[in-house]
Design a protein around this ligand. Sequence first.
Ligand code: ZN
Length: 330
Amino acid sequence: MSIYGENWGIIGHEWAVELLANRLESGRASHAYLFTGPSQIGKATLALRFAQAMNCTTPGAGPSPCGKCRACDLIGRGIYPDVQVVSAEGKSIKIEAIRELQQSLSLRPYEARYRVAILLDMQLATNHAADALLKTLEEPPASTRLLLTSDASESLLETIVSRCQVIPFRPVSANTLTEALRHNYGLYEAESEMLSALSGGRPGWAISAIEDPDILKNRAEIMNGLLAVLNEKRVGRFNYSEEITRHTDLPLILEIWQSWWRDVLLLVEGSPVTPVNIDHREELESLSFQVTSEEARRALLAVRRTIDALEKNANTRLALDVMLLEMPYL
Ligand SMILES: [Zn+2]
């Protein structure tokens, strides 16, 4: 555990906390940071904590946020005038949002040491918005810090990435996450182990599953649908395809299916790695005796191809039809 871990209240990512705290302490913080990694892994939370740490007013608390002073409190609640959060409106971050941000960054801070702009999911920025932001990154106003998050640095313009210090977030280890869930939420060991595995090392996902029981219920329904369709012939598969084509949770369905076939493949090949879907361990094991590793691999590739195709705006129904026909028939 990092010496700063307690105050920052971040689960995992110790090295990132340490790096930011050290930079702050030595007065060598970069003008811009880019946090990359999957959703709900902790990027936005760490960005907020860093903004708090930069502006905390409690003597002696630095380089960590005290969490209690007026600045820490208001930043944590998203209502501090000198810390602005820009995120997607609808499906994209638009140029108007960037212009508005630039307008306010051009003013002196109201009360903060640093004006901080947190730009969440920059991969959703339109080309115009990204170009506009580039100007601010090239010549940041004094006492301004920019904190960007993105799913991957490859999703952004290289010119943006090269102006930021990139901090890649990796999945939090199962032990760290399990322990934190037990400690912070009073869960039983089995429960915290299950959530930690299902989350794929993303604390934000685990916490939202604790706070909203519908997430697990919804997931169980999706799992049942996935398992049932393997017993179907062509017609049954096309019906299922039609059913999920318009499903608002389609990305989630594909993500679960991807983790499912990865688990099956690991089991068929006798890998010692713990499966993600440990709440369906029996079904996983039974399936791993019914399919060959070729079949599991083909199914996994079919899901990945579908995810790629849909990101490129392929015809959803057609992509799902093709994918479902690639699944093993039980
Ligand atoms: Zn404070």
